[in-house]
Design a protein around this ligand. Structure first.
Ligand SMILES: [Ca+2]
Ligand SMILES: [Ca+2]
Ligand SMILES: [Ca+2]
Length: 501
């Protein structure tokens, strides 16, 4: 308190010169072209008062601006021509809140005790060691008209919520300088909208993170959604999909584990239908490991954009053009990526009617995953009330279709075609029996028309010896060779799919 006297003179001067009462009971503290210098560890209390900085405000360490009051007519405000840097800003408004009319910076603490702080299209920038305190349902940062709260922070083996922004990042890796931004305007996701909280995260190092991400939210941000319907949505290359997550509605938090890299955007919204599916391809299947070979990946031949559009596959609705971050292809082991697959939802009443299609990724162990290389494949454009058939196809194998429709309404259906051929229409006749309890898609359909026929072998022969990401490369080793023909195609001549493409 010894600094109070130091503060008294300059502060009084400014207030006497510039304070005025405006229409609805709000006073204005206005710095007009001059200086307001606040001493260390002092407190300026603004009771139903606007803080307008058209000059220079400087705070010593510990200097606090405390905005309080019960004004029922309008919000307090922080504005003026100058961007104000507060050491500590505390808000306790029992009526209305505080509206930003200019960007602000926070050196140390932003305490939101009661009453909302409305970004109103402006930006709050937290210093790298600053943080938000006491955000709650009673008082938190909002931004229905836009605006961002952000910070840039070095994250080396983090295990905390930077700035208490509500996204907890745990990783043993060094992410380097990382920009984190939080916004509050719900975004449109096909037929639905997100909650009123969206994160953007930009680490310098963004691969092999094996991170755990926890996303927090307030009930007031639910945007009319039922919490039990929510799931985590992430966006890569403009494509939104669901990340497999665990919900803890009692503490308003979602957890996403095994995050290899951080998407640009994250939010919560009603879950899209997703399927937990496993399928093996006979071509690259290796008996000794009981997994598929990932030679295309190790030879850098797996494209980062799905190949099916270029091959003429038909995407109804909004699928197609899916892209992956190259770091997805860095993953090794049983979850390494083998190739892209093409998954369709087909109308229960008419299976020739494809209602949605997605390109997904296939792991060595057969899991079909989304663009993060981890999560169950989701169909963002389809309602969870849909009960379609699911078919899975690969560019040079024969596709299968599930024998029964799936029900997304009670969670994520599981379809392990590799272990249970009865799940597929036609049963084991629709697949190859590896003789060890596993089954796979039939190889050799070079032209992807659903039949292994002489035209496939002719076309393959004309490509013999070529290297690359090629249709005739049945065993997916990056070359078209005799093995592809004699072992992976010829024995399957005459076999065909149990449904028409
Ligand atoms: Ca797996
Ligand atoms: Ca064919
Ligand atoms: Ca080959």
């Amino acid at each position: 308190m010894k600094n109070n006297r130091q503060l008294f003179y300059p502060l009084c001067l400014v207030v006497f010169l510039c304070a005025s009462v405006i229409g609805h009971g709000q006073t204005v503290l206005s710095i007009d072209g001059g200086y307001l210098v606040q001493g260390s560890n002092t407190k300026i209390t603004l009771n139903n008062t606007q803080f307008i900085n058209n000059g220079t405000y400087q705070s010593g360490d510990g200097g606090e601006v405390y905005i309080t009051g019960d004004g029922t007519d309008e919000q307090s405000a922080i504005g003026g021509d100058s961007v104000t840097t507060f050491y500590k800003l505390e808000i306790l408004k029992s009526n209305n809140g505080v509206q930003l009319q200019q960007n602000i910076n926070i050196d140390a603490e932003l305490v939101v005790e009661e009453g909302n702080l409305d970004l109103n299209g402006h930006t709050i920038t937290l210093d790298s060691d600053a943080y938000i305190e006491n955000e709650s349902e009673e008082g938190h940062i909002v931004g229905p008209n836009g605006g961002t709260v952000q910070m840039t922070v070095d994250l080396n083996a983090p295990n905390y919520s930077p700035g208490e922004l509500g996204v907890r990042i745990s990783s043993s890796q060094n992410l380097g300088s990382t920009l984190i931004q939080r916004t509050h305007v719900p975004i449109s996701l096909n037929d639905t909208e997100s909650i009123a909280r969206i994160y953007k995260i930009f680490p310098t190092n963004n691969s092999d993170l094996d991170a755990t991400i926890k996303l927090e939210y307030f009930e007031a941000e639910l945007n009319g959604h039922n919490e039990s319907d929510l799931g985590v949505w992430r966006e890569d290359s403009g494509f939104w999909y669901n990340a497999t997550s665990t919900a803890e509605p009692n503490i308003n938090q979602f957890t996403i584990e095994n995050v290899d890299f951080l998407s640009e955007e994250w939010t919560l919204a009603p879950r899209a239908p997703a399927v937990d599916m496993r399928v093996l391809l006979a071509g690259p299947y290796d008996d000794s490991s009981a997994e598929m070979a990932d030679d295309l990946r190790t030879s850098d031949l797996v494209p980062t954009t799905e190949p099916y559009t270029a091959l003429g596959y038909d995407y109804p609705a909004s699928g197609g053009g899916e892209q992956i971050d190259p770091t997805v292809l860095a993953k090794t082991g049983s979850d390494a990526i083998v190739d892209w697959v093409f998954v369709e939802l087909r109308d229960a009443a008419d299976i020739s009617n494809v209602i949605a299609a997605r390109a997904g990724l296939l792991q060595k162990d057969g899991d079909v995953v989304d663009l993060d290389g981890r999560s169950n494949l989701s169909f963002p454009e389809i309602a969870t009330t849909a009960t379609p058939f699911i078919s899975i196809r690969h560019r040079n194998h024969i596709g299968i279709i599930a024998a029964s429709t799936v029900d997304f309404s009670s969670g994520t259906p599981m379809l392990d075609f590799a272990a249970n051929p009865a799940l597929a229409e036609g049963g084991s006749a629709a697949m190859l029996d590896f003789g060890n309890g596993s089954y796979g898609l039939i190889s050799g359909d070079f032209d992807g028309d659903g039949q292994v026929q002489n035209t496939d072998s002719n076309a393959l022969n004309s490509n013999l010896g070529a290297s690359g990401y090629l249709p005739g490369d049945s065993n997916l080793d990056g070359q078209v060779q005799n093995t592809d023909l004699q072992i992976k195609l010829t024995p399957n001549l005459g076999r065909g799919a149990q449904f028409s493409y």
